[in-house]
Design a protein around this ligand. Structure first.
Ligand SMILES: Cc1cc2nc3c(=O)[nH]c(=O)nc-3n(C[C@H](O)[C@H](O)[C@H](O)COP(=O)(O)OP(=O)(O)OC[C@H]3O[C@@H](n4cnc5c(N)ncnc54)[C@H](O)[C@@H]3O)c2cc1C
Length: 666
């Protein structure tokens, strides 16, 4: 099978404009006859469902949450990128495009990334029109800050709650369409199967999570906006409910899974503190605008800190190693996440970690507090302020910028980050892999679309900070509303989908049987315990650093764990009732299959790129070593059978406009 990305011909800058001018349209009268299912109501799903409803399609939108506002998107903290160049610091659509391609270690599709950069500015206008309260500077313009991997300030933000504010904006638009009757919202419904009729996506099977009832829904096409699968690692910064089930069911129906092993490990998270922790907390990348990352330069100081004999503030300036500034002078503390994470690991591996576990480095605001304090004193006309005043004023400025993040840190750790540096360590945060989609955001299954974090597109092997919100909203507000017409214009003669079709019977009975099978095992171990063990295998062998031997071991270990699961898992309760353990069991079952595919993907990619760091392939300085001859492609995997190897299809990445180079932030 040939894998076809359907990228329009022509110059990079005009591909999307040309596409939009020529894409077949669906007339308003026909739109009213066409049904669209959107699964997911996070930023990608809510924006898509609202936009498609506004266009006149009949939309049914599903979420397992009790409200669209509970989607994981609400957790997004630091901001959203857009090439507005409000700071007049040299930004442009091209620069955002280029930064994203380079940030992704030259493993993303040029045409998609350029389109993303192109529509980025419109997202901000849309959000402002909805009333999203972005931070503003004194003159009234929207304020910007920097994120990793860039040298301009293009990140729009609403304190550390950008996702929440954007989601409320998207939810308002969605609610309007619900009110008008264009969108029917199904909260607390979980998609458990995809239905194909004559090879096309025509519906889904869902479980009503309140009653346990299994239901079927048909439509002319299905859009999956179901988020990322970082929770395959058990411990991650993702919301607890994030899972892979929807996209995994699509994979098992023949959809390609793109680059499954590309996982983002975020450098600034609150470190793991014990064996029974079930969640990790992000400290936004925005903090690296002002926070300086360091470890003690001397091992004996690190040891004394770990034993509680010394504190961070006891270490003299000359005995600190600001290792990101030292190794990457051009980008300093704002190197991309994969680079910063690996650098922190290197220091901890050397024995310089600063928490009792040895797995933490400092993120220090001391210098920023003093810098801002002096500047604020100047503004207030205090020409020779004393130390106390400088610190007080500086803390006020820092609090305005990052107050809620500092509060969150203090609540969780009991330490005041204004007075002592934060301790941070990398943690799983985002999955660049996802369902393979073409330029239309359509998978290889006709009529099945994937948007937001659920697809693989745009970020290559590493996502730059503040680009996920940009992509999810670009997909939902501005891209899918055009590209879906390309498919639906050919569906206008298709009647309403008949959910009594045998394909629905088969899919529904498969779902019911699987649930019953899980309940019947009546083993001794909890679902949670299997999830935790899977996460450990994934983190140890397919996490921040991977190697051939470890990956091979991981594959065996996952298979053995899966076997044990099917013999000894205990799922309490019954099927036809509210039963969160059934929900969890289904998700962990899917994670165990996906985990193996991630390992297979990581094993086959004998190079290092972005978040995929194979220890065997690194430069003398410990940087990623790509192999552009062999691996300059998207790995699109097709599922075969549990005990067989998946089949690999390669989408070659053609770089027509950017010259591939080794990625340097020095
Ligand atoms: C702590 C944290 C902070 C972040 N901060 C930023 C930031 O500042 N800037 C940035 O750009 N990115 C950030 N990100 C990343 C960003 O938040 C996510 O990538 C993005 O919000 C994903 O949006 P989404 O709409 O694709 O998915 P989600 O928001 O995860 O939504 C998924 C939706 O799908 C539904 N769903 C899933 N499976 C099913 C199913 N089987 N049946 C029914 N419904 C289903 C869920 O109920 C939900 O409605 C952050 C991520 C984390 C973890």
């Amino acid at each position: 099978m040939k894998i076809e990305s359907n990228i329009p011909a022509g110059p990079l800058e005009s591909k999307w404009t040309q596409y939009k001018s020529k894409v077949p349209l669906v007339s308003p009268a026909n739109k009213r006859k066409l049904d669209v299912i959107v699964v997911g109501s996070g930023l990608a799903g809510a924006s898509a469902a609202a936009s498609l409803g506004e266009l006149g399609y009949n939309v049914s939108c599903f979420t397992f949450h009790d409200s669209p506002r509970r989607a994981h998107s609400i957790a997004a903290q630091g901001g959203i990128n857009a090439a507005k160049n409000y700071m007049n610091d040299g930004d442009s659509v091209y620069r955002l495009f280029y930064d994203t391609i380079k940030g992704g270690d030259y493993r993303a599709r040029e045409a998609n990334v350029y389109r993303l950069a192109e529509v980025s500015a419109a997202i901000i206008d849309q959000a402002v029109a909805q009333g999203v309260p972005f931070a503003r500077e004194y003159g009234g313009l929207l304020e910007n800050r920097s994120f990793g991997g860039v040298q301009v300030s293009r990140t729009f933000y609403a304190r550390g709650q950008t996702g929440q504010q954007l989601l409320i904006g998207a939810y308002q638009s969605l609610s309007r369409q619900i009110g008008l009757g264009n969108v029917k919202m199904y909260n607390r419904h979980e998609m458990l199967e995809l239905v194909l009729v004559d090879g096309k996506a025509k519906g889904i099977i869902v479980r009503n999570l309140i009653t346990g009832k299994i239901q079927r829904f048909g439509a002319h096409c299905v859009v999956l906006a179901t988020g990322g699968y970082g929770n395959v690692f058990y411990l991650s910064t993702n919301a607890m409910g994030c899972n892979t089930t929807a996209i995994w069911k699509a994979v098992k129906k023949g959809a390609f899974m793109g680059n499954p092993c590309y996982t983002q490990i975020h450098p600034t998270c609150i470190p793991v503190s014990g064996d029974y922790q079930s969640k990790l907390t992000l400290m936004s990348e925005s903090l690296r605008n002002d926070g300086r990352v360091w470890v003690p330069a001397k091992k004996e100081d690190a040891e004394a800190i770990r034993q509680g004999k010394k504190m961070a503030n006891d270490i003299a300036e000359s005995d600190r190693d600001y290792f990101l500034e030292r190794r990457y002078p051009a980008f300093g503390n704002l190197v991309p996440r994969d680079v910063a994470s690996r650098a922190a690991k290197v220091e901890c591996d050397k024995g310089l970690g600063v928490s009792p576990t040895g797995l933490a480095v400092y993120l220090d605001f001391g210098a920023a507090i003093r810098r801002y304090g002096k500047s604020k004193a100047n503004v207030l006309g205090l020409h020779e302020p004393d130390e106390k005043t400088i610190v007080r004023l500086g803390e006020e400025v820092v609090s305005e910028k990052y107050g809620n993040l500092f509060e969150m840190y203090e609540k969780i750790t009991g330490e005041n980050p204004y007075h002592t540096p934060m301790k941070i360590y990398p943690a799983v945060h985002y999955t660049m892999g996802g369902l393979w989609v073409d330029y239309n955001l359509e998978t290889n299954i006709p009529g099945l679309f994937a948007i937001g974090e659920a697809n693989f597109s745009d970020h290559g092997a590493n996502r730059l900070g503040a680009s996920a919100l940009m992509q999810g909203l670009a997909d939902g507000y501005f891209v899918l509303p055009y590209t879906i017409g390309n498919y639906l214009s050919a569906e206008i003669r298709s009647p309403k989908v008949d959910t009594t079709h045998p394909a629905f019977d088969e899919a529904e009975s498969k779902v019911s049987q699987q649930i019953q099978q899980l309940l019947n095992i009546k083993g001794k171990q909890s679902v949670e315990s299997f999830h935790r063990r899977l996460g450990k295998i994934m983190w140890d062998h397919c996490g921040m650093a991977r190697n051939e031997e470890g990956l091979k071991q991981a594959r065996q270990a996952i298979r053995a764990l899966r076997e044990e699961f099917w013999k000894d898992v205990y799922v309490p309760g019954k099927a036809g009732e509210f039963n969160p353990e059934i929900e969890k069991a289904g998700r962990v079952m899917d994670f165990m299959e996906l985990g193996e595919l991630m390992v297979v993907d990581a094993l086959h990619r004998r190079e290092s790129c972005g978040g995929h760091f194979r220890e065997e392939y690194q430069t003398e300085e410990g940087e990623t070593l790509r192999d552009d001859q062999e691996f300059n492609y998207v790995a699109a995997w097709q599922w075969t059978d549990l005990n067989k190897d998946p089949e690999l299809f390669k989408e070659k990445l053609e770089y027509e406009f950017v010259k591939i180079a080794s990625r340097s932030y020095k």
